[in-house]
Design a protein around this ligand. Structure first.
Ligand SMILES: *[C@@H]1O[C@H](CO)[C@@H](O)[C@H](O)[C@H]1NC(C)=O
Ligand SMILES: *[C@@H]1O[C@H](CO)[C@@H](O)[C@H](O)[C@H]1NC(C)=O
Length: 254
């Protein structure tokens, strides 16, 4: 009886676990699994997992000289510390499964991002690798939609670069009594405000290429995250249920 109960709970929990939105394993940084670098990656990940709940952000390094690895982990600023912690735990596990022999690896979830490398990338803006998710459905009135989207993006982008907001901007805009647009942008906390602004500008600048007139879209870079939807997706969740989530597709750009 108890065993069955436990089994059901664990099935429920595992099905609740979100899959990564994407990952990047740099195949020019191959290492062997027993190497000192690999051991240092393991130590780095353990440290990240143990420290993430404090502030939702960790930038650290492990090891010395040529075996040193740098790591960064960050949760979306609106996510609870519990969800943040479980996201980073998943990320630490999945990144090693997906990139078992690479010293430069990155993994993206909706609630968090994790990255490590032998290069000291912390503080440097990076838009070299991008993942784009878009809703397959299009809005019915592109002209007014894009105007509202642009205005909302401008507002939350300027919010994100205010020091007190630690790289996060979010907001909503009522397009009609029945339709609300929700948007969130976030930079990793290591990048200076000017570079945060640049990362967000590149992401939004890619809207015409990947998000053109779509009902929802996400741009995922190593230094920033941009998302808009016609349904509530950030916390605190709006009670307004909005339109349905719909089907999404993904494009990966290197
Ligand atoms: C790294 O390893 C992968 C297989 O895991 C292989 O496909 C790739 O060619 C290797 N890269 C280099 C530069 O040797
Ligand atoms: C949305 O528009 C694109 C072209 O911009 C088109 O390829 C696609 O089929 C449209 N989607 C739907 C569901 O009509």
């Amino acid at each position: 009886m108890n065993l069955l109960y436990l089994l059901l709970i664990s099935l429920f929990l595992s099905s609740c676990r979100a899959d990564p939105l994407g990952n990047f394993c740099n195949e020019n940084t191959n290492i062997s699994s027993g190497s000192r670098i690999s051991v240092n990656i393991g130590r780095l990940l353990a440290e990240v997992v143990s420290k993430i709940t404090l502030t939702g952000y960790v930038a650290t390094s492990s090891g010395k000289e040529s075996d040193r690895v740098y790591g960064l982990a960050q949760c979306r600023g609106d996510v609870s510390s519990k969800d943040c912690s479980s996201c980073i735990q998943d990320a630490a596990k999945q990144i090693r499964q997906r990139c078992p022999n690479q010293a430069d690896a990155r993994i993206w979830y909706d609630y968090c991002f994790l990255r490590y490398s032998q290069d000291d990338f912390v503080g440097q803006v990076d838009t070299s690798f991008g993942i784009f998710y878009f809703n397959v459905e299009n809005v019915s009135d592109p002209q007014s939609f894009n105007k509202e989207l642009g205005d909302l993006m401008d507002n939350i982008r300027s919010e994100a670069v205010m020091p007190k907001n630690e790289g996060l901007g979010k907001g909503k805009s009522e397009l009609s009594p029945f339709v609300t647009l929700y948007a969130l942008v976030q930079c990793t906390r290591d990048v200076p405000q000017i570079d945060c602004a640049q990362c967000l500008a590149i992401a939004v600048g890619n809207f015409p290429n990947f998000c053109n007139n779509r009902k929802g879209c996400r741009v995922l870079y190593s230094s920033c995250y941009v998302r808009y939807e016609l349904y509530p997706f950030f916390f605190p969740l709006d009670s307004n249920s909005g339109s349905s989530v719909g089907k999404t597709k993904v494009i990966v750009r290197h």
